[in-house]
Design a protein around this ligand. Structure first.
Ligand code: ATP
Ligand code: MG
Length: 244
């Protein structure tokens, strides 16, 4: 079997002495997508930060295309193909949109012209400073910047959080387009139904552990696991069977 694009196993990590995620393991192939679901504080961002080398890794292995990276610094992980769009977006306020993109650039398919094609509204704001952007534009810029690193796998941490419904729709279309182009991604989301519609695989985290791992479609077909662990927050069209 060919090496997975990303393979992690028995990962235990946290902050200082506090262990936040434990016994985490999954594999993703080239161009595949994974939804990471779970309520607030369950360890979703900690998992992403751990992939990027920003937490205290206590145990576990992580590899990309067969190359171990759990002891590598963050910049080496970017070079290996992890493209991170952080939950708090991390836009440089005093740089323009173009400059924000330029500082992230690594050679490859994705350049400023291609990312502007993908995010036309960002193209119109190319000479605006980071602190002049709306929340939606900042989120687009965060993803565009991750793309500029020409990743094999995008890490999207709640890209739809706090966005107006019309922007959520636009962003959803964009993520679908990226998937169709073969860009693999891990999508952390509280918009559960949207996330399941965009991904092939899903995991649910509960207090830092995986309580579901399987096909996204499984959770769409039988939402009982979702209702139990994620609840109905922010959902439309997900109605649990009423207890009788
Ligand atoms: N820098 C930190 N130092 C110590 N504990 C932290 C730190 N960041 C997060 N935690 C704790 O780790 C746990 C998991 O947090 P995490 O941010 O991974 O959750 P999350 O699932 O991403 O939540 P949300 O949906 O609100 O973004 C929480 O109990 C949180 O308080
Ligand atoms: Mg988070």
């Amino acid at each position: 079997m060919a090496d997975a694009l990303l393979h992690i196993e028995n990962v235990r990590a946290g902050y200082g002495d506090a262990v936040v995620i434990d016994d985490i393991g999954f594999s993703l192939g080239e161009g595949e997508s994974l939804a990471v679901l779970g309520r607030n504080g369950m360890g979703k961002t900690t998992l992403i930060l751990t992939l990027m080398g920003q937490t205290n890794l206590v145990a576990g292995r992580m590899s990309m295309r067969g190359v171990r990276f759990e002891r590598s610094p963050s910049n080496a992980r970017v070079a290996m193909g992890l493209g991170w769009a952080p939950q708090e977006r991390g836009i440089f306020a005093s740089l323009t949109v173009e400059e924000n993109l330029a500082v992230a650039a690594r050679a490859g398919h994705w350049n400023a012209a291609r990312t502007f094609e993908l995010f036309p509204s960002l193209a119109e704001r190319r000479r605006n400073f980071g602190n002049q952007l709306s929340g939606g534009e900042q989120q687009m810029l965060a993803i565009a910047r991750a793309l500029m690193t020409n990743p094999a796998l995008l890490l999207l941490d709640e890209p739809l959080e706090g966005l107006a419904p019309i922007i959520v729709e636009e962003m959803t279309r964009t993520i679908r387009k990226l998937a169709a182009e073969g860009v693999g991604f891990i999508l952390v989301e509280q918009h559960t139904q949207l996330a399941l519609g965009l991904t092939r695989q899903a995991i649910i985290l509960e207090r830092g552990r995986i309580v579901f791992k399987g096909a996204s479609q499984e959770l769409i077909d039988d939402p009982s696991v979702l209702v139990r662990y994620v609840g109905l927050r922010g959902e439309r069209g997900l109605v649990p069977a009423a207890p009788r």
